[in-house]
Write a protein that binds this ligand. Structure first.
Ligand SMILES: Nc1nc2c(ncn2[C@@H]2O[C@H](COP(=O)(O)OP(=O)(O)O)[C@@H](O)[C@H]2O)c(=O)[nH]1
Ligand SMILES: [Mg+2]
Length: 663
């Protein structure tokens, strides 16, 4: 492995494989011990798959010609010993490009024609319809043919003003476009709207996805990029160039799409080689670079230590020529180091918080059940032991005690069943409110408010009404869930006081995440509507696209809320149900063996032997389970990232502050 980033990403992959292995072993354990239930098994399977296929998205976002593509070449494709992705003066990438590896297909470039913009279909939908894309096979054995094939990424064509309008690409504020219309009567537009590159690079095979974007224009015309794709990236690299300094459009990208929108971002000042001057001393050059770093940091409102000065071009040259000194001078290794420590570490944190916590809790619950089973069998063992040398009347009095226990217990179970039925019905009512029909009804209402003219004013009204309605719905659901929670709590209390079960308190259903997700969408809409660029009459097209993208995000929020609420609901009485069935099995076993002994006292020893064997079996199962839990706990502690503080900014409320990624 040639650098830390590669090392970290491959370590991370190893960790994910180990984690998925532990989850699958737990599934086997559940199956073997007869404790498996369909839903839980499915959930565990999904988690193991998700861990294995987990992807880490790194987005390069900046104005055109800042060197995004060159940086990608230097960071990831230098092993080709050439400039793989086209990055030449005047021929910058025209369409957003995703580079990844999908094992199920051969290496390819897939290209989405720009004409698809005339329809309302979003990128997510279009990605699922292969017929819309042009596909080129990639011959990865030859750098030359690869380079040639990748030239399609910069393709442009001339179209009429009407066509540019129909594509939603005409912009009367764009000087280049206006001039070209004047002189040639036509304007240039990209041939492709989006590109997917499937390429078997080791890093991509480990789950890294790179997103290369063209510049401000594309960001403004493709709302899905700014509302969904970029904010969902695990890290954003924002590039500036030494020769241009921080321009107005750089600032626009930074403030509109990155500063508050993305959780982890890295600012990089590229092309420092422009300042390399043989007539100046190294100290003088460094001072010049440092002063530009300081002024860039000031404009972006970041600490200077968070702006990384590099020369992507020299980094690529250095890697191609194996020039370690030049590589060091290019500054690229520091960027790699930060990416490795922070981005991989951050992703690691996310998986650990979600998957490891969830599976860990399941295993802990299984452990509790095992403990309960062990305690029950031990009690039975003691009961049988105490019968040695006793006469029949002792067996009889024990039998009658078990019968009393049973009766009392059956009464409680009836209470449980009644309450459970009511809870299930009420739960249905809650889930109904999060159903697709309800969502469609709300969306229809808000679209009516927007009207057919697709103005920002209408959009604003429509979103406001939607947010209000969903907010009220979330509140109502929380209230209803609280009632269920109270019912659940009294059931736990009943079994605790009457039968010595553990007293658990159900967690309240938390709808804040849903509500906040919706509010964040409202903020996006507000910002969009307040942006003078979007208020112009020419922008109806964009308003409509923006709305449909928002709708997609609203659907995601609903789906997530539905999923979470369903889970909460399933978890409400699950531990109690489990204890109830365990307890019933114990009572049955006790009755059965006491009856057998009552019939034939000579069978006491046989019964004691059986109980002992059962106990030994349970102890072995319990030991295996402990091993699995130990592995999960180790996975939770192990970290790919070193414990050093991360200079990648982690947005918290209140603007850019630095948060070290504690690992
Ligand atoms: N001097 C210098 N030029 C660079 C550097 N990185 C990129 N360039 C040039 O800047 C132009 C734009 O680069 P490109 O990677 O296509 O930018 P993008 O539009 O942000 O992807 C190209 O002509 C590159 O050769 C660098 O580190 N130093
Ligand atoms: Mg580019």
């Amino acid at each position: 492995m040639s650098n830390t980033l590669e090392q970290q990403i491959s370590d991370y992959q190893l960790w994910r494989e180990q984690l998925a292995g532990a989850i699958n072993d737990y599934r086997d354990w559940l199956d073997l011990t007869g404790a498996s239930d369909g839903l839980q098994d499915l959930r565990l399977y999904d988690m193991a798959q998700a861990v294995k296929n987990d992807r880490l998205v790194l987005a390069f976002v900046a104005e055109f010609a800042r060197g995004k593509t060159e940086t990608i070449n230097a960071l990831f494709f230098s092993n080709f010993k050439s400039r793989l992705l086209p990055s030449d003066p005047g021929r910058t990438t025209m369409c957003p490009t995703e580079i990844f590896w999908d094992d199920n297909e051969e290496p390819y470039i897939k290209l989405l024609p720009i004409e698809t913009r005339k329809r309302d279909d979003g990128l997510v939908y279009l990605k699922s319809t292969p017929a819309e894309w042009s596909k080129l096979r990639l011959d990865t054995t030859s750098a030359e043919t690869m380079k040639e094939a990748l030239q399609v990424l910069v393709a442009q064509k001339e179209v009429t003003l009407d066509e540019a309008r129909a594509l939603g690409l005409w912009d009367d504020q764009d000087v280049g476009m206006v001039n070209s219309l004047k002189t040639r009567g036509k304007v240039d537009v990209p041939v492709w709207r989006h590109a997917l590159i499937n390429y078997p690079h080791p890093l991509l095979k480990s789950g890294l996805v790179i997103l290369d974007t063209p510049g401000l224009n594309t960001l403004g015309t493709e709302p899905e990029l700014t509302i969904s794709i970029i904010p969902n990236a695990h890290a954003v690299i924002f590039l500036l160039a030494t020769d241009t300094g921080v321009t107005k459009s750089d600032m626009e990208i930074w403030t509109k799409f990155i500063r508050e929108r993305t959780s982890r971002k890295l600012a990089v000042l590229n092309k420092i080689d422009i300042l390399w001057d043989d007539m100046k001393s190294e100290a003088e050059i460094n001072a010049m670079i440092q002063s530009q770093v300081v002024s860039t940091a000031r404009q972006l409102a970041l600490p200077p230590a968070d702006v990384f000065a590099i020369s992507a071009q020299k980094a690529l040259v250095a890697r191609v020529k194996n020039d370690t000194e030049l590589l060091k001078r290019s500054g690229i290794e520091r960027v790699e180091d930060v990416l490795a420590r922070s981005v991989v570490g951050a992703k690691h944190d996310i998986l650990r918080k979600t998957v490891v916590t969830e599976t860990g809790n399941m295993v802990k619950a299984s452990r509790k059940t095992m403990q309960q089973r062990l305690a029950g069998v031990r009690a039975q063992q003691a009961e049988l032991d105490s019968l040695r040398g006793q006469n029949l009347s002792v067996v009889e009095s024990m039998l009658s005690k078990v019968a009393t226990d049973r009766k009392l217990y059956e009464e409680s179970v009836r209470t449980f069943n009644d309450a459970n039925q009511r809870i299930m019905q009420q739960g249905e009512v809650i889930m109904q409110q999060l159903s697709l029909t309800q969502l469609d009804r709300m969306l229809e209402k808000s679209q009516k408010k927007i009207g057919d003219s697709w103005t920002t004013h209408g959009l604003n009204q429509g979103m406001k009404s939607l947010i209000k309605e969903t907010g009220e719905m979330a509140e109502k659901i929380s209230r209803q869930a609280q009632e269920l929670s109270n019912m659940g709590e009294s059931l736990y209390l009943l079994f605790h006081t009457q039968h010595g079960f553990e007293q658990l308190r159900p967690q309240p259903l938390d709808m804040t995440e849903f509500h906040q997700g919706m509010l964040a969408l409202q903020t996006r809409a507000d910002e969009f509507c307040a942006d003078p660029v979007n208020v112009m009459t020419e922008k109806h097209f964009l308003v409509r696209k923006f709305f449909y993208t928002l709708v997609m995000e609203v659907r995601k929020e609903f789906e997530k809320a539905k999923h979470d609420t369903g889970n909460w609901f399933k978890g409400l009485l699950a531990p109690l149900k489990l204890q109830i069935s365990e307890h019933k099995a114990q009572l049955d076993k006790r009755t059965e063996s006491l009856m057998a002994i009552h019939e034939n006292q000579a069978s006491l020893q046989k019964n004691i032997d059986e109980v002992n064997a059962h106990l030994a079996g349970l102890q072995a199962q319990s030991a295996t389970l402990d091993q699995i839990l130990l592995r999960l706990m180790k996975a939770a502690q192990n970290s790919v990232a070193s414990p050093a503080a991360s200079p990648i900014e982690n947005t918290t409320a209140g603007g850019p502050t630095l948060a070290p990624l504690t690992t």
